[in-house]
Each structure stands twice: as C-alpha cells, then as structure tokens.
Design a protein around this ligand. Sequence first.
Ligand SMILES: Cc1cc2nc3c(=O)[nH]c(=O)nc-3n(C[C@H](O)[C@H](O)[C@H](O)COP(=O)(O)OP(=O)(O)OC[C@H]3O[C@@H](n4cnc5c(N)ncnc54)[C@H](O)[C@@H]3O)c2cc1C
Length: 433
Amino acid sequence: MRFESVKSDVTVIGGGLSGVCAAVAAARNGKTVALVQNRPMLGGNSSSEIRVWVVGATGHGVNRYARETGIMGEMFLKNQYVNPDGNPYLWDMVVLETVRNEANIQLFLNTDVHEIEADGPQSDRVIHSVTGWMMGSERKIRFESPVFLDCTGDGLVGFLAGAKYRIGREAHAEFLERWAPEEADDITLGSTLLFYTKEVDHPVTYIAPSFAKDITQTPIPIKRVLRSGDSGCHYWWIEWGGEIDTLHDNERIRDELWSVIYGIWDYIKNSGKFDAERMTLEWVGSIPGKREYRRFIGDYVLNQNDLEVQTVFDDCVTFGGWSIDLHQKEGMYAVDHLSMHFHSDGIFQIPYRSLYSTNVSNLLFAGRNISATHIAFGATRVMGTCATIGEAAGTAAALCVEHGVTPRVISESYQGASASLIMAGRFDYWSKA
Ligand SMILES: Cc1cc2nc3c(=O)[nH]c(=O)nc-3n(C[C@H](O)[C@H](O)[C@H](O)COP(=O)(O)OP(=O)(O)OC[C@H]3O[C@@H](n4cnc5c(N)ncnc54)[C@H](O)[C@@H]3O)c2cc1C
C-alpha cells in the first residue's frame, strides 16, 4: 500500500455538480485544487450511475427566462452541442472534460474520504487534513489545505470535523414556516433507483427474480404504474426510506427499491396490460440516488419564508427557482399524492452565510447539505442550483486563500461587496473594493 500526501490551496470533497463547479471556480481564480470523489464518475446524482436529470431556476417552466449561467451554463451548452440525445455516458464526459480542462485541478476519482484531522473547541474547530482511500489502487492519500469544501451531499467531512448540522424537519416554532410540523422529527425525503427500458426487434420474455414483489399486493396504486407506462424515466416516484435512516440503511433501501423495480417490470411484461412484448430492461440503477441527509448549520439558515417572500439578501451569491418540492414520507407506498409543490413568484436568493459552517472556521459547503431548513432545501436541492452554489462557494474559498482569511471574515469584513465579488469571481474588482 502506498501512502501519499497532497498539498493544495483548496480541497473539495465530493464530485457531484456542486463539487465540480466549486473546484472549477477555485481553479479559475488561480488556486490549486484537489477534487476528491469516491465514485469512478463525476456528476453525483446526474452521473450515468444514477441518471437524475439536471433542473434549476427555470422551475417547471414557470420561470421561463431564468437559467443557470456560469460553469453550469457552460456544461448545459456543451451538452446540447455534443449530446443532443441526452446520452448519460456523454454527459459524464462533458462533466469530466470540464474538470480535466483546468490545469489547476488534481482529480482523484475512486477516492473515499473517511478520516479527518481537526482540532479546536466545539465552537471554533479547524480542519487540517482529510484522508481518503483510492479503490483499486491501494493508495491512501492525505489532503492538506487551508480551506475545505464539503460537497459530499451526505456531509461526512463536516460531520467528522464536528460541524453543527441538522437531519429531518424543523418544528414550526423554530422558523415559523407554514409547512413545518408542530414537532421536529427526523423524516427526510427517500432515495430512488431509476431504470431504463428499450424496444428491440424480437420478443423478449421476462422471468422475475424471486425477490421481486407482486406489485398488485403492495400499497402502490396500479393506476400510478399504468400512468407511468413502460418507460423507466417516469418512475422517479420509486422512492423509499424517508421514515428510516437514508444513510445507514442505504443497503436495505436499495434492496427494497430493486424488489419493486423488478416487480413493476414483471407487471409491465407479464400482466397483459401493456404492449411490451418487445420491451426489455436496458439498465437498472444500483446506487440509490440520495435526496436528503445532513444539512449543515451556517451563519444563516435559509427557510421557507425567505423563498415565499423572496428575501433580498445583501450577501446573495446565487439563486434558485425550483418549487419547494417535498414528498410523502412513505415514498412509493403513499396511496394518495406523492409530492407537494410551492412556487415562489419568480426566483429566490441564496445568501453566502448559508455556505459556510458556523463552528468549523475553514469549512465551506455546497449542494444539498447547505444551511437551509428541510422545507427550503426542498427547492435548493436541484442540481442546477447546487451547481451555482458550488461556483459561489469555490470562488469564496479562493478569496479566503488569496487573503488568508476564513469564510466568515469574507462575509463580515466585506459585506455586500463579498457577494458581488463571489458572484463575479473577479479579483481585479476585489482589489478596488
Ligand atoms: C431520484 C432523485 C430525483 C431527483 N430529481 C431531481 C431532478 O429532476 N433534477 C435535479 O436537478 N435534481 C433532482 N434531485 C436532487 C439532486 O439530485 C440532489 O439534490 C443533488 O444531486 C445534490 O447535489 P450534491 O452535489 O450536493 O450531491 P450529489 O449529487 O449526491 O454528489 C455528491 C458526490 O459526493 C460523493 N461523495 C460522498 N461522500 C464522499 C466521500 N466521503 N468521499 C468522496 N466523495 C464522496 C458521492 O459519491 C457523490 O458523487 C433528485 C434526487 C434524487 C435522488
């Protein structure tokens, strides 16, 4: 086994779209970056391993003229040029190429970070290094830098460093959110496996594995299956785990989702209710797409009221526009509606203070783990938005290194200026300010 050490200006852990954009932003601002991703692919939930489609501020077409520009905008445009059919593997390459084009980024794929060196009192922790194990290479790599970005979705890095966080739903009294329950609880959104089908030129028989569920004996309404048809893409609602622990019960959740997918396919192929004789399974996910786990506590907790009244923040660094999109805790077994939506009257702002830890002085975060209530997270969690959050956080990390300060100092000392600087990512403007 090899032991290695990597020193850079910024370490980004997690290579979903938030981590990718954070790394590229810091690199383009002249900083050396280690981007550490535990999967063979970049892109997180958007990768060919999971295949969630990227949406953002345009909402469901409601905010027709809103869209992500910046690094996410570049990837959207490139994808439309090289991949008009939306092939998931070509999308992987668009994301990979975006990173590979940056000379300042050292990319570590297949590297799972699970050790942290941090110290200091609970109110003022500092991370010194993170260490990861590179699968298939027997390399144990220690990453050192003055600033770290937790873009892991689940928030393992911040958790191990002692960062304050929250799981589940806040009580109504905490933020006076309309949709919040009276009592706080640990309900989250569940996880999902997607599947793809295709039509071939010959009849295909299907014999379900023994663990497949008889879908007619589950609470899943058959009309929902019929409405979704024979295209796996319409089965986003195969979601489960909101009432258990989406992290520690990940394996159990995958098995439950597989048992339903193979059962639904049995129904499609063998119930006689579909014209599916020549249909076959092309791909079935094996890594549950996680929607929700830890949300870190920053100097500001974005909440439902901010989205509803479209709070204007002095330190706005990016925006969202997706609806507050929350699902039933029973997931696919919910018998009535599956999701509820609230649309702001246009886009909403996201403040910089929600992107750094309130008690770990050199930790920024981006993606689904930012400082937002469960309800606000319902809208900030979509990947176009996560990506622009990543660009803002990566730019802020570069500013921290440039000036030898913590993320909070950027916020306190430069106030409104920090926001426009982070938005613009321009150092010439910074020196004038
Ligand atoms: C089924 C489903 C449907 C959804 N629908 C949509 C939709 O239609 N459109 C949309 O835009 N969003 C959708 N979302 C939400 C969106 O996918 C997530 O909120 C978003 O992917 C979060 O981005 P992220 O970068 O924070 O995390 P992720 O995309 O989860 O990426 C984090 C990455 O970090 C890696 N990682 C984790 N731990 C470590 C570690 N210890 N060391 C190294 N790497 C690590 C993970 O492997 C992962 O690749 C959906 C989510 C799911 C699950």
